[in-house]
Every structure is written in structure tokens, then in C-alpha cells.
Design a protein around this ligand. Structure first.
Ligand code: HEM
Length: 365
């Protein structure tokens, strides 16, 4: 049975009309995470280590092990660990190699408790960019529960924030039409979620290397983590994914990375999930992680830009060619954040890392 994307306890009398057409029924099923009713906010944090070149190709860096020691292996009090974490890597537009740990906590209070109790906060605040052999960054998000939506193409495998769920929803009504992402966000019932023009230079956080720079949060920043998992693909499907889907997806992510600034995308990384020990990225799982000035810019790119339209069109052909017999799993989580729900800090990173792009301008501009 189809159900509304927004769970009952988060439904409000709408002052902003939804985009869903009347009597709409999607022609395939997608599911959402249902968090405990007591959940008021969640945390997704990206911790990164940045290198001008990649070192040993058979293992992850010592820097990543250092980060991991705060998140799990070195912790005495296991109860403060994040509920879920995974490792990933990406070579960015400047050719730098970045290793990342992405972790999720069920509340800001749990994150704060971890940051203090694990010694991370003290270590992070003591880092001297002039002495560190690599760059470090934190990009952390603290959405109230009405400012996050997660959608998945299946209801068996959890991804990202879905690991914090109480259950999966049934198939939801609001998907597969442009504007459905917005309709799934509880905050959109009463808020148009528009951003602000920001005068970054007035904020006086211009960066050069080596520096510690905190980038202030902005009104209604939109964050998307959009993932693909073809680990279970059978040979014909795998071949089709690699020949038809991957090239257009790479094109889309490269556009957002290199030319996205002009359409409101501050930064985009097309990231590979990585083995936390060997550093290998052969797990057949990737995700795009992108930061937009507001939800409308992300909507415009997905609905109108040839790169996402090619991805979207390619997917329909993919389903058709395989006659619906697909194991490819897709998911995304979208966060629309108040300024105080964002933490961006960079220690000795190059000037186009993450949200530093917003401050310093985009390479090539
Ligand atoms: C929506 C396909 C990657 C951004 C969609 C939808 C499909 C799709 C089928 C409609 C989903 C629904 O509501 O049922 C794909 C495929 C991808 C991919 C096959 C990769 C293989 C990405 C990436 C991004 C992205 C990497 C951004 C980083 C979006 C957004 C929407 C969307 C923002 C929602 C639009 C709205 O509801 O207004 N995509 N996509 N997609 N996609 Fe993608």
C-alpha cells in the first residue's frame, strides 16, 4: 500500500502547496527511512585527510587511521561510537587525493558527547596547519528531523542515515516527478527553503595554504549524497551499468565539479567507497556528494541540465533493456540546513577544497 512520504508526526498544515500532481501514482516503488518519533535531529559528518599525491597504494593512510581511532578502534567507551560509518576516497579537481570517513550519529547531543569523550575535539583544535604533513577537513551537518529526506530504490539494504532508522516505510507516493524531493522534506510544508546571496569576502574567511579556515554556514544550504551500488549486478547488468550508466554519471559529476559554480553548486565530489584497510575502491559503490546554494538550484540541475537528464534517461533505458530485472541499488539523502546546522572547517587544505570553493571562487573562474 502506498503511503505519504512525510510520517504522520511530522505532518503540518501546509502553507506552501506540494508539487505532487492530483491522484498521482508512481509506476515503481521507492522507500524511505522511518526514524523513531523521539528523533529530533541527526548528524552526518565527513572527516577528511588530504594529500598532494597518493602514497602507498596498498593501504589507507596513517592520517585515516588517526581519524578512525577517534571513531571506533581506539575508543574506550564504545557507546559513543557513531551508529554507522564508512570510508571513501576521491581525487579532486586539483589532483589532490582525499580520504574520508563518513559517520552518522542519532542526535547532535550524541555527536557532542563523542567529540569530547573520544578526545577528537581537543586533538582537532590543537592541529597546527604549519606542522601537519597533510590537510584535514570536517564537513558536518546537524539537520533537524524536518530538514532531511532519504529515499531508496529498495527496502532491504540500508545506506547512510538510513542506518539510524527504526524501520523502512512502505512504498511512498511522492517520487518520480520533478519536485518530489522537496515534497518529501517535512520543512517544505511551511517553508520555501530559499537561500541567500552571500558576500563571502565580507565574511573575511578567505583562505590560503596553510591555514585553518572555518566557513560559516549559509541559509538553506542544500546537501545531496546520491549513491549507486552495483555490487550484486549479474554479468549482463554489470556490463550495461559500466557502458551506459557510469559514463553519463561521471559526465554529470564532472560538470558539477568543474562548472557547477555558475548554477549554484559550490562543490561536488564523485566518491568511491573504499576498503578501510587496503584502500581499494573495488566495491562497486560510489556516491556523489554535492553542496548547493539552495534546493531550487539542485532541482533545476536535476530537472533541466542535460547531464542529469542523460543519467535519468539512461536509467529508463537500463530498466527497459534488462526488462526490469535489476539489482542496481540507488539512494539519496538530501539535507536543507540552517546556518547553525553546518560546520565546515579546513586545516592546511588547498583553496578549492569543499566549501572553500565558495569562499575563494571556483578554479577556472
Ligand atoms: C531524481 C536517476 C544520480 C540528483 C532522480 C530520479 C531518478 C534518478 C530515476 C527520480 C527518483 C524518484 O523520485 O523516484 C538517477 C540515476 C543516477 C542518479 C540512475 C545514477 C546512476 C544522481 C546524482 C545526483 C542526482 C549523482 C546529484 C548529486 C537527483 C535529484 C533528484 C533526482 C536532486 C530529485 C529531483 C526532484 O525530485 O525534484 N534521479 N540519478 N542524481 N536525482 Fe538522480
Amino acid at each position: 500500500m502506498l503511503e505519504p512520504a512525510i510520517p504522520e508526526h511530522l505532518r503540518r498544515e501546509r502553507t506552501v502547496p506540494p508539487r505532487v500532481p492530483e491522484n498521482y501514482t508512481p509506476n515503481f516503488s521507492c522507500y524511505m527511512a522511518r526514524y523513531p518519533e523521539s528523533t529530533t535531529d541527526l548528524v552526518m559528518a565527513v572527516f577528511g585527510a588530504q594529500f598532494a599525491t597518493r602514497g602507498d597504494n596498498d593501504s589507507t593512510s596513517e592520517a585515516l587511521s588517526k581519524l578512525a581511532s577517534f571513531l571506533s578502534s581506539g575508543l574506550v567507551d564504545k557507546s559513543i561510537q557513531p551508529r554507522f560509518q564508512e570510508t571513501a576516497s576521491v581525487v579532486d579537481a586539483n589532483g589532490y587525493y582525499n580520504e574520508m570517513l563518513i559517520a552518522y550519529w542519532p542526535s547532535t547531543a550524541a555527536y557532542d558527547y563523542w567529540a569530547r569523550g573520544s578526545g577528537f575535539k581537543q586533538w582537532w583544535e590543537g592541529l597546527d596547519p604549519n606542522k601537519e604533513p597533510n590537510g584535514w577537513f570536517i564537513e558536518a551537518f546537524f539537520p533537524s528531523i524536518d530538514r532531511i529526506e532519504t529515499i531508496l530504490s529498495g527496502n532491504e539494504v540500508a545506506e547512510g542515515a538510513v542506518h539510524l532508522r527504526e524501520s523502512f516505510s512502505g512504498p511512498v507516493i511522492e517520487h518520480l516527478y520533478w519536485g518530489s524531493m522537496r515534497d518529501r522534506l517535512p520543512a517544505s510544508q511551511t517553508d520555501t527553503l530559499t537561500g541567500d546571496g552571500v558576500d563571502w569576502h565580507a565574511l573575511k574567511c578567505v583562505a590560503d595554504i596553510p591555514r585553518r579556515v572555518r566557513v560559516p554556514g549559509i541559509r538553506n544550504l542544500a546537501v545531496i549524497r546520491s549513491g549507486q551500488d552495483w555490487a550484486d549486478a549479474y554479468p549482463e547488468e554489470r556490463e550495461l551499468y559500466q557502458s551506459e550508466m557510469q559514463p553519463v554519471l561521471t559526465e554529470g559529476m564532472t560538470f558539477l565539479r568543474d562548472d557547477g559554480y555558475g548554477i549554484g553548486c559550490f562543490n561536488c565530489r564523485f566518491v568511491k567507497i573504499m576498503d578501510p584497510v587496503t584502500g581499494k575502491t573495488d566495491r562497486d559503490r560510489t556516491f556523489g556528494l554535492a553542496y548547493f546554494n539552495e534546493l531550487a538550484s539542485l532541482e533545476r540541475w536535476s530537472k533541466k541540465h542535460p547531464t542529469h537528464l542523460k543519467i535519468f534517461g539512461g536509467f529508463h533505458k537500463y530498466v527497459e533493456k534488462l526488462q526490469g530485472n535489476i539489482t542496481l541499488r540507488l539512494y539519496h539523502e538530501v539535507l536543507v540546513l540552517k546556518p547553525e546546522q553546518q560546520l565546515f572547517e579546513y586545516v592546511g587544505c588547498h583553496a578549492s577544497t569543499g566549501m572553500l570553493t565558495a569562499v575563494n571562487g571556483h578554479p577556472g573562474l
